[in-house]
Design a protein around this ligand. Structure first.
Ligand code: MRU
Length: 349
């Protein structure tokens, strides 16, 4: 399995996603500041992956804290958490990951400092294992929804690289293929950062799942020609009413899918469900650097000085979502009830 994120004694190790698909290189972040930079610069990306990464970042910062008493350690915890929380605003998993480590801190705070540190590192490592297990469970719940044969469209990368392994949307596809379904994948290239053509295509090819990359503006024509049987995407945040924030361009795909009568599935762990945000209008949308749009690699592709917009995510209203696949089961409309019910089945949300 691809090691997207890994805890090592030297620090948190990542496959450098900015270098894929042409170079498979790894970087080790030796401080929480370096971990924060890795999230900000998208060495690591994808909602579940950055949730676990943020948790590891906090654990790393606390492990290396020079504080000599509990108050000092608490101060460091607040500072480290703030730095990591300021990296990317949309994926709620980031805040979930930090909160989980802070909850663990509260739980063990009566213990000696060395044991508190150990407990936080162990919790972050546990979160990685749980993430993979959640994706595999999601795969089992979602695989049955896909046709016995046909073509699945996906957008961005909601695969092993966006998680600690296996993937959410791509996990559903992997599980369906493993169960004997004859599927091929169409991967939207996903302008401007090209997660679809660089990352989704790379990891599906490694698994020998037939994959075709299309430019984002080709999805409608493919649907009209009857070439797409289902859409499966991931999510960065799902509001209480089922509105889904995901990579920019997802909304267009969802509207096209509805127009063509094609099921549109969202696969995400319960940690992506944000019951505190009533609907999609309350989800903060990250604006990224104009350079992602003005340049392809080193090459400038827009005239100097032209206006640029670069929202990294959009919101798909829940009316376009056929079902939300989680590790606890499949939610269907009305999502305000089904998501609350699934979230209530555990303690994380
Ligand atoms: O900006 P990114 O690459 O972090 O955005 C990622 C996505 O939008 C993914 O589709 C989403 O996080 C789901 S990840 C399983």
């Amino acid at each position: 399995m691809i090691k997207t994120v890994e805890w090592t004694d030297a620090g948190v190790r990542f496959i450098d996603q900015t270098k894929l698909p042409t170079e498979e290189t790894y970087v080790t972040c030796k401080s929480y500041e370096e971990v924060a930079d890795a999230i900000r610069t998208m060495i690591v990306r994808g909602a579940p992956a950055i949730g676990v990464t943020a948790a590891m970042g906090v654990a790393l910062g606390i492990r290396d804290s020079q504080a000599t008493d509990l108050d000092g350690l608490k101060c460091d915890l607040a500072r480290i958490s703030d730095v990591l929380a300021a990296t990317r605003p949309t994926a709620v998993n980031l805040f979930w990951g930090i909160r989980r480590i802070r909850n663990k801190f509260d739980e063990v705070s009566s213990q000696p400092l060395a044991q508190i540190k150990q407990a936080l590192v162990a919790e972050a490592q546990r979160m990685l294992v749980e993430d993979i297990a959640a994706n595999q469970a999601m795969g089992q719940h979602g695989a049955v929804l896909l046709p016995a044969s046909g073509a699945i469209l996906t957008h961005c990368n909601a695969g092993a690289l966006a998680t600690c392994g296996y993937g959410t949307a791509l996990g559903v596809i992997r599980a369906a293929v493993d169960s004997g379904k004859k599927l091929q994948v169409f991967a939207d290239e996903t302008r401007p950062f090209l997660q679809g053509s660089r990352l989704t295509a790379w990891e599906l090819m490694k698994d020998q799942i037939p994959t075709t990359v299309i430019a984002d503006n080709m999805a409608g024509a493919m649907m009209r020609q009857g070439k797409i049987d289902a859409v499966v995407v991931g999510a960065d945040r799902i509001a209480a009413n089922g509105d889904v924030a995901n990579k920019i361009g997802t909304y267009s795909v969802a509207v096209l899918a509805k127009e063509h009568g094609i099921p549109f599935y969202v696969a995400a762990p319960i940690s992506t469900v944000d019951l505190d945000t009533p609907d999609g209008d309350g989800i903060p949308i990250e604006q990224r650097s104009a350079r992602e749009v003005t340049h392809m690699g080193e090459r400038q592709v827009t005239p100097a000085g032209v206006g640029i917009e670069n929202p990294a995510f959009d919101v798909t209203p829940h009316k376009y979502v056929t079902a939300i696949i989680t590790e606890r089961g499949v939610a269907r409309a009305p999502y305000s009830e089904s998501l609350r019910e699934l979230a209530g089945m555990g303690v994380e949300v």
